[in-house]
Design a protein around this ligand. Structure first.
Ligand code: ZN
Length: 166
């Protein structure tokens, strides 16, 4: 069992695997399963998030293959995972800067064809040709507008080849 000295109160506490509400992702609905968590009686707590880049690609995969329409926060997450500035993303999509900003702030949702295009664009941009093909086959499926689903991501799904810390 791993242990660590609390940076706040200097007491020794165990580090244990558990579930972690990953709000640092900028998404309200992502839980990581099997993450190492430090919790202290003094209230100090944090999680050891491994391989953030790889992890964000897994989350993005969940987002682009979901049945729901993309939310504003999800669009922002996809854009950031691609490493694009809002201005550049708008230019690549062929929309105005203000449109991207309004989607991301939840002022209004992109039209359905744009929702699909963002997913395909992400898959193409990130070299996910198989997912791009799947998305293209599902192109007539109508996204259902409902609340964001909880994404529960087991951390052991991270690839050991690309992620050395797991
Ligand atoms: Zn403490």
């Amino acid at each position: 069992m791993k242990e660590m000295i609390c940076p706040n109160c200097q007491r020794k506490q165990k580090i244990q695997p558990g579930e972690y509400h990953y709000t640092e992702s900028g998404l309200p609905n992502v839980w990581l399963i099997g993450v190492e968590i430090f919790e202290c009686e003094c209230g100090e707590s944090f999680a050891f998030i491994p391989c953030i880049q790889e992890l964000h690609k897994l989350i993005a995969h969940e987002l682009i293959t979901q049945e729901n329409s993309l939310s504003g926060l999800e669009i922002r997450f996809l854009r950031k995972t691609m490493g694009l500035k809002a201005k550049d993303f708008a230019e690549l999509l062929g929309v105005k800067n203000v449109s991207v900003s309004r989607w991301e702030h939840g002022e209004f949702s992109p039209p359905e064809p744009t929702d699909r295009f963002i997913r395909l664009f992400y898959a193409a941009n990130m070299g996910l040709s198989e997912i791009a093909q799947e998305l293209a086959k599902n192109i007539f499926r109508k996204p259902k507008r409902k609340q964001a689903q909880i994404i529960r991501l087991p951390i052991d799904r991270l690839s050991r080849e690309t992620c050395m810390n797991v």
